[in-house]
Design a protein around this ligand. Structure first.
Ligand SMILES: *[C@@H]1O[C@H](CO)[C@@H](O)[C@H](O)[C@H]1NC(C)=O
Ligand SMILES: *[C@@H]1O[C@H](CO)[C@@H](O)[C@H](O)[C@H]1NC(C)=O
Ligand SMILES: *[C@@H]1O[C@H](CO)[C@@H](O)[C@H](O)[C@H]1NC(C)=O
Ligand SMILES: *[C@@H]1O[C@H](CO)[C@@H](O)[C@H](O)[C@H]1NC(C)=O
Ligand SMILES: *[C@@H]1O[C@H](CO)[C@@H](O)[C@H](O)[C@H]1NC(C)=O
Ligand SMILES: *[C@@H]1O[C@H](CO)[C@@H](O)[C@H](O)[C@H]1NC(C)=O
Ligand SMILES: *[C@@H]1O[C@H](CO)[C@@H](O)[C@H](O)[C@H]1NC(C)=O
Ligand SMILES: *[C@@H]1O[C@H](CO)[C@@H](O)[C@H](O)[C@H]1NC(C)=O
Ligand SMILES: *[C@@H]1O[C@H](CO)[C@@H](O)[C@H](O)[C@H]1NC(C)=O
Ligand SMILES: *[C@@H]1O[C@H](CO)[C@@H](O)[C@H](O)[C@H]1NC(C)=O
Ligand SMILES: *[C@@H]1O[C@H](CO)[C@@H](O)[C@H](O)[C@H]1NC(C)=O
Ligand SMILES: [Zn+2]
Length: 645
């Protein structure tokens, strides 16, 4: 899912590395530039092809050794020797990327010529992130700061006599019920990130120094980034009315569950969502779904009744891909992946899919539990695995997603298909489902709980990161401005007053690891677009949310286009080949949830649901007055509302 996943693009051990994988060399080839300049385009292409072929082999082996080492060291977080080995491999690997980038730029007749067959390949050799840093001082400072912040993120704390990390706290939060326990654990978890604050502001300052050397990153205001932000804003405007309706509904249900803790015109205290960030509310399902007389779609009890093991959930996902005539995960995947927490072991638990780049070696590391939430996350991670397997034949530089939204959206689209009531019924996890209107509304609400709260969170989080980077949010106001954005976009608030001693954004892995998050926003929109295309390809015509793709070879063929091309073309070109359009659209998402929207709009029309929330604002006094005025109307309205109830 989502949020899981994370290292999937750049992650790349030693115990499992094959004996003959010695560290290979990877040097900068000496090329006589005047000879090169004398060649015509065809001659340069032939020459470049030979060189890139050699680098492809060496880089693949280096990536294999490095990613094996990364996988291993995440399983033994306390082992500093393993970490040192991994860092050593990373160093060699980064230098290799950098040498290749330099050599590629020598082919000046090809790298700037869109007509050359090597244009995209040479362009992709340039996307090397931090490895391209030339200033050794900046490079060292960045590495130190980043590893320090990561170390803080992985720190453990004690709660109710139990040692927990952030990931484990998330898991436990879903099992608690009393608001006092929820708040207490939420509060203790947010304590972890507080020491990151100063390191983070230093990190931003060092990245600014890099920017002066013309080295931009995903937080910079480059034209491409600004264009992406424009698309995000537009998609958000389309999604907002639907989000507000569902927000209002969930708020009302939580208020019923915990009387007296929520007002009907106020944001939802985030700990009451049983999710650290209020972005995926699967754990609330059994408490907030309507029509409690019908049995519901909580898969946890059904899977437990059927004695599912962790590995079996992965087997179900694999079977699904096989039914579409896609690739079965190889034996090594089942032998080398880690599907559950290893006892008495300080290991990373954040669900992650690894491409090891060689021998078809792909793996997942996840501390799975037998719940609906993890059923979904497993399918998401298996989507990454299928992607790795499909683009395996591409040269190294194309073995990645052309856009973050692709890799993250594909797994989610598969999860949409496998969580369709029709499919769940087929595999025996939803035996009593009758496809009544009430059941469908209940199902769509559960899907909304899983998928519709991430976009506003992701948008708020990255606006915060972009604003910190461009200086419009300063260190002294990090926390306040974070919660302002959370209120504005998500309609949520902290469980208790926060102040600038904390660094609440850092509780999210992607801030602590300095990774972009907006791709999850786009992926959450894109997954419905992918699903819609696949359902049409499969010849399905009913309501989108009931489409089951199981066994459709036609859908499988279509999905291959999206997966197998890797990043060998621009994402717009791949999208066009797949969907016939060149940009992301929110319409399929709105179409999927349409029956739910109609149901909620009816509740609003009957005064059974109050939409919207107020955020505290520190505007000037005149504006403050207007705000209050608006506020009174809302308060009056809500009193009226109580009378009607
Ligand atoms: C690739 O690795 C081989 C074996 O280590 C080495 O002989 C060769 O020089 C390497 N090629 C490059 C371009 O570094
Ligand atoms: C590069 O090639 C040219 C032409 O073949 C030759 O004259 C020159 O000496 C070469 N330069 C180097 C540094 O080898
Ligand atoms: C690429 O090909 C197109 C059409 O064949 C031509 O118009 C264009 O000038 C070419 N571009 C370059 C840089 O050669
Ligand atoms: C705290 O731990 C005790 C003993 O393990 C357990 O019985 C209790 O349920 C826990 N409390 C909460 C709120 O989890
Ligand atoms: C929240 O955490 C702080 C710092 O750990 C602690 O002092 C405070 O008592 C906690 N409050 C609650 C309600 O758990
Ligand atoms: C950065 O780019 C600008 C504009 O392209 C150029 O003027 C400047 O010299 C570059 N600075 C460095 C350090 O390369
Ligand atoms: C699940 O395991 C329990 C205890 O081992 C056994 O009694 C039960 O029959 C099993 N259920 C299924 C569906 O296999
Ligand atoms: C299944 O996939 C194989 C290999 O990609 C292909 O040759 C075959 O035609 C596909 N079968 C169908 C029914 O599409
Ligand atoms: C996976 O494990 C099985 C059983 O332990 C073994 O027979 C098989 O050779 C292994 N396969 C791979 C690819 O490691
Ligand atoms: C890992 O290291 C931390 C601190 O460095 C220590 O508190 C913890 O007990 C260690 N865990 C294990 C399982 O060795
Ligand atoms: C900084 O970035 C934020 C978020 O993209 C934007 O709203 C703001 O206008 C930017 N400020 C400046 C000074 O560029
Ligand atoms: Zn993912």
């Amino acid at each position: 899912m989502i949020f899981p996943l994370v290292l999937s693009c750049l992650s790349w051990i030693l115990i499992h590395a094959q004996v003959h994988d010695d560290i290979v060399e990877c040097n900068e080839k000496i090329i006589n530039q005047s000879q090169l300049n004398a060649m015509n385009i065809n001659e340069q292409e032939t020459f470049a092809t030979t060189i890139l072929h050699e680098y492809n082999l060496n880089l693949t082996t280096l990536a294999y050794i490095t990613s094996s080492s990364e996988f291993e060291s995440q399983l033994y977080l306390n082992d500093t020797n393993r970490r040192r080995t991994m860092e050593k491999y990373y160093e060699v690997y980064r230098n290799c990327l950098k040498s290749i980038a330099t050599v590629a730029r020598r082919f000046n007749k090809l790298i700037t010529n869109e007509n050359s067959s090597l244009y995209w390949l040479l362009q992709r050799t340039q996307a090397i992130g931090d490895a391209g840093e030339n200033d050794p001082l900046i490079k060292l400072r960045l590495q130190k700061l980043k590893s320090h912040i990561k170390e803080i993120y992985h720190r453990k704390f004690i709660w109710n006599n139990t040692k927990l990390g952030i990931d484990e706290a998330q898991e436990l939060l879903g099992k608690l019920n009393s608001p006092a326990d929820l708040l207490s654990l939420w509060n203790a978890t947010y304590e972890v990130a507080a020491p990151m604050r100063d390191y983070y502001s230093t990190l931003i300052a060092v990245q600014h120094e890099q920017a002066k050397q013309n080295r931009t990153n995903e937080k910079s205001d480059t034209p491409a980034n600004l264009e992406e932000r424009r698309i995000v804003e537009q998609l958000w405007q389309e999604l907002k009315p639907l989000h507000e309706l569902i927000h209002a509904y969930i708020r009302k249900q939580i208020a019923r569950l915990y009387p007296g803790l929520i007002e009907f015109d106020q944001p939802i205290p985030v700990h009451l969502t049983k999710d650290l960030f209020g972005l995926m509310m699967t754990h609330l399902e059994r408490d907030v779904l309507p029509f409690s007389h019908i049995s519901g779609i909580d898969l946890g009890p059904a899977m437990k009744r059927k004695n599912f093991t962790e590995e079996e959930i992965f087997r179900y996902a694999d079977e699904f891909f096989v039914s579409l005539n896609l690739t079965r995960a190889p034996d090594s995947f089942w032998n080398l992946s880690v599907f559950k927490r290893i006892p008495n072991h300080h290991m990373a638990c954040h669900p992650t899919a690894f491409d090891l780049y060689k021998y078809d070696d792909v793996r997942i590391r996840m501390c799975t539990s037998i719940t609906s939430r993890d059923f979904y996350i497993v399918h998401h991670e298996m989507g990454h695995i299928q992607h790795y397997l499909q683009y395996h034949q591409q040269p190294f530089w194309f073995r990645r997603s052309p856009h973050g939204a692709f890799s993250e959206g594909i797994g989610d689209a598969i999860a949409l298909a496998t969580m369709s009531p029709a499919h769940l019924k087929r595999i025996g996890l939803l035996e009593n489902y009758k496809f009544t209107k009430e059941e469908n509304i209940q199902f769509l609400l559960s899907q909304a709980l899983t998928r519709l709260f991430l976009p506003p969170y992701a948008y708020a989080l990255d606006i915060w990161r972009w604003s910190v980077y461009n200086g419009s949010i300063q260190p002294f106001e990090y926390n306040k401005r974070y919660w302002d954005l959370i209120c504005r976009y998500q309609g949520m608030k902290p469980g208790m007053p926060r102040n600038e001693r904390y660094f609440d954004a850092g509780t999210k892995l992607h801030v602590a690891f300095d990774l972009s998050y907006i791709k999850y926003f786009l992926a959450h929109v894109f997954q419905f677009q992918i699903f819609d295309v696949l359902c049409r390809e499969a010849g399905y015509e009913g309501p989108l949310h009931l489409c089951d793709l199981h066994g459709s070879k036609a859908a499988g063929r279509k999905l291959k286009i999206l997966l197998g091309l890797g990043s060998s073309k621009s994402w717009e070109d791949i999208l066009e080949e797949f969907a016939g359009v060149r940009t992301f659209s929110a319409q399929p998402c709105l179409k999927y949830f349409q029956p739910l929207r109609e149901y909620l709009e009816e509740l609003v029309a009957n005064d059974q649901l109050q939409v919207g929330w107020k955020c505290q604002s520190n505007r000037s006094s005149r504006k403050q007055f207007q705000m209050n005025f608006v506020g009174y109307i809302v308060i009056l309205y809500s009193m009226f509302y109580f009378l009607l109830e």
